[in-house]
Design a protein around this ligand. Structure first.
Ligand code: PHB
Length: 388
């Protein structure tokens, strides 16, 4: 087989890249080791920045989102027994969209297949070769047959555990890593969320987040130990803590818990995001803790840049945008890293935390709840920083 761009991974980064390249008249093949059902059910955060919502709509994959998503002007902060709304739209003229990541994935898969795009699911033995030449190629096994895909470029959109990052030459990468001493228990419940908008709650027993998938399907998160077994959390214990951490500021209706699971929290960046003709995008290059819901947004930002750089190369044979891809993305990545770390550290209870930190966190939340300057900064970052 031959294509222009070989893409590892059918998550939001790989699928969106393939879609954007198609719109620019460039061929690609997406390869994915999981099944279509698996990637379409994989639950992740569900919050889309304004520019990314616009990109989905403008590139023709936003139709179902426009119909089914919830568009929010702001979010709430809850601490010390009260709740405060931060109205992003009033502050920076932008809002956020609540729409599950797997819904974006479904819409992109449907669109790629309708446009005649190739996605090979359930591939095995994948490897990227000769990335430092102008004739890189991919090998894989699909339907029991060994195959080779020759391409001009390879995109590693295959996530944190993917094979593309380890393909970089020895010593070529620098890693920046932080693990947090807690995790999130994520719950999907057949009940209305306690508010029309999200509530981020700080409480002495731990952080809680009250979000949603639809007006009758709540998505709820509780701070738990990083190595917690979800089975230690009975439905009763979950609801009891969700009530406690909301501090009586809203009525929380209980419902049937449909799904629960623990997510570890980490910040991770590798630099650079390119080795020869192999380009990383999304989680293969960086991970954020979910507190600011930046993961998918950063992945979409990477492929917006990568598709432009590749399109510019085919149009003009110039390599400037390919050469600056890593630096351009990393600038945005580091700002989102800083924001996600900041959200994480003001809202969570750290083990062995000293009383000074408890007071400092409350002062920071109080400042945020009452200062227009602080809220504007939150709003600008939460709804998505502008591109340079
Ligand atoms: C979600 O809806 O799953 C969600 C929203 C905001 C976050 C994290 C997760 O910060």
């Amino acid at each position: 087989m031959r294509t222009q761009v070989g893409i590892f991974g059918a998550g939001p980064a790989g699928l969106m890249l393939s879609h954007l390249l198609h719109l620019a008249g460039i061929e690609s093949i997406v390869i994915e080791n999981r099944s279509r059902e698996y990637i379409e059910q994989r639950i992740r955060a569900g919050l889309i920045e304004q520019w990314a919502t616009d990109m989905l709509t403008e590139t023709g994959v936003g139709e179902r989102m426009e119909r089914e998503a919830m568009f929010h002007d702001g979010s709430h902060l809850c601490f010390d027994g009260s709740t405060h709304q931060v109205n992003f739209r009033e502050l920076v003229g932008k809002g956020i969209t609540v729409y599950g990541q797997q819904e974006v994935v479904k819409d992109l898969v449907d669109r790629r297949l309708a446009d005649g795009g190739q996605i090979l699911f359930e591939v095995d033995n994948t490897a990227a070769h000769d990335c430092h030449t102008d004739k890189p190629f991919i090998t894989l096994t699909h339907d029991g047959k060994d195959q080779r895909i020759d391409c001009d470029f390879i995109a590693g959109c295959d996530g944190f555990h993917g094979i593309c990052r380890p393909t970089f030459p020895e010593g070529a990468l620098t890693f920046y890593d932080r693990e947090y001493p807690f995790g999130w228990l994520g719950i999907l419940s057949e009940s209305p969320p306690p508010d029309d908008e999200l509530i981020y709650a700080y409480h002495p027993t731990g952080f809680a987040l009250y979000t949603m998938r639809t007006p009758t399907l709540a998505r709820l998160y509780l701070q738990v130990d990083y190595d917690e077994d979800a089975n230690n959390w009975s439905d009763n214990r979950i609801w009891e803590q969700l009530h406690v951490r909301l501090g009586g500021t809203r009525k929380l209706q209980e419902g049937k818990i449909l799904q629960k699971g623990v997510t570890a929290m980490r910040s991770f960046v590798c630099e650079p995001m390119r080795s020869g003709r192999l380009f990383l995008a999304g989680d293969s290059a960086h991970i954020v803790p979910p507190t600011g819901a930046k993961g998918m947004n950063l992945a979409l930002a990477d492929v917006k840049m990568l598709s432009r750089a590749i399109a510019d190369f085919y149009r003009s044979r110039r390599t400037d945008l390919l050469d600056s891809y890593s630096d351009t993305c990393l600038k945005r990545v580091w700002k989102a890293q800083r924001f996600s770390w900041w959200m994480t550290q003001i809202f969570h209870v750290f083990p062995n935390e000293v009383s000074f930190d408890r007071r400092r966190q409350l002062a920071e939340l109080d400042y945020l709840a009452h200062s227009t300057a602080a809220q504007t900064s939150l709003a600008e970052q939460y709804t998505g920083l502008p591109f340079d």
